[in-house]
Design a binder for this molecule. Structure first.
Ligand code: FAD
Length: 310
């Protein structure tokens, strides 16, 4: 049996793991921005970059294309998100096979939400899967992937109570998940309470907290509504009354830096930064935490340079 690779190996090393989330761009201009962002990220030598999976149609091909390109053309390790939404089991197996062929070693395995109304009723594909745990099982059988799943510091918005939420999370780890990444949250205590609940359930899977820099009031209010995250009233108030974008940026970076510091000081296994394909806020938090400064990578990212993944 070979030693675990990818995210599993990095987590087993026991050092904090820093990683970044990007999404597939829709326009040539957005694609240029993304590749500049990926160059910045690559210079940090992070643990991995994750690529979100769209709600349907062509955005999904953009995810697989982008994950493949990052895996093949950069030094970055990539974690590709995958959801069960709108896919038959046969399609899911094909996508997983495509990732394996492209050298993607880690998947973030999710159920997903209804495409038209993320808070609406969830209807599985008739030949598909109902819960993320079933997709974890499918991926586990399909190959030697590192498997991540979602965790919810304020519990999943659809879970009726904590015991149900924790039981379903534990089912994902029993099905084969190796690590988890949380939903965005803004209060460290929510993360600590989740960890206590998982400890009490005997669940030891590393849970990487997701850091969303809250720099713009409208945007964060919308994200909070969609994700079920609570934005603390004082943070919301300060953002709403920020004089300009620069002040909003400072407020968001300061809040996220304090949150990240508390999490790391209290044993979080790493930080997963949402970038929205721009690095400014994530890099400012990264620097404020005193994490290693960017190093220039000699070969150009996204220009066809092929490196082995370290
Ligand atoms: P599940 O684990 O299946 O849970 C969903 C709900 O069903 C929960 O309430 C759970 O308690 C309940 N449940 C689970 N199992 C059972 C069972 N056996 N019986 C009854 N109830 C059950 N969405 C995207 O579309 N694309 C992305 O790229 C994406 N990336 C994400 C990244 C992160 C880090 C996170 C936290 C979320 C992401 N999401 C993404 C959103 C995610 O798809 C939604 O939050 C979705 O509602 C839940 O997915 P899940 O994998 O947690 O589902």
């Amino acid at each position: 049996m070979t030693a675990p690779d990818g995210v599993r190996r990095l987590l087993a090393e026991g050092r904090p793991l820093y990683s970044f989330e990007v999404f597939p761009p829709r326009t040539p201009q957005a694609e240029r921005t993304l590749w500049r962002t990926l160059r910045d990220i690559e210079n940090l030598r992070p643990g991995f970059v994750s690529v979100t999976y769209g709600a349907g149609g062509s955005s999904r091909d953009r995810t697989t294309d982008l994950a493949e390109r990052i895996a093949q053309d950069t030094t970055l390790s990539v974690v590709a998100h995958l959801t069960a939404v709108g896919h038959s089991v046969t399609e899911l197996r094909r996508i997983v096979g495509r990732y394996a062929a492209a050298g993607v070693r880690d998947l973030l395995v999710l159920r997903g939400d209804p495409p038209d109304d993320p808070r609406g009723p969830w209807t599985p594909h008739p030949q598909g899967l109902r819960h993320a745990s079933e997709l974890v099982r499918l991926v586990r059988r399909a190959g030697d992937f590192g498997i991540g799943v979602a965790a919810f510091p304020e519990r999943h918005p659809r879970s009726r109570n904590w015991s149900e939420d924790i039981a379903h999370f534990v089912a994902k780890t029993r099905a084969g998940a190796d690590f988890a990444i949380t939903q965005m949250f803004f209060r460290a205590d929510d993360y600590f309470r989740l960890r206590d609940r998982l400890d009490a359930a005997g669940c030891t899977v590393p849970v990487i907290p997701e850091i969303m820099p809250a720099t713009r009031f409208r945007q964060i209010a919308r994200f909070a509504e969609l994700s079920g995250a609570t934005v603390p009233a004082d943070l919301a108030h300060r953002l709403e009354h920020a004089r300009d974008d620069a002040e909003g940026h400072r407020i968001g970076v300061d809040h996220a830096t304090d949150l990240a510091r508390r999490l790391l000081d209290n044993g979080a296994p790493g930080l997963h930064f949402i970038t929205l394909n721009h690095t400014a806020a994530a890099l400012d938090i990264y620097r404020a935490l005193g994490l290693p400064e960017p190093r220039r990578v000699p070969a150009a990212v996204g220009e066809g340079a092929r490196h082995g993944v370290a």
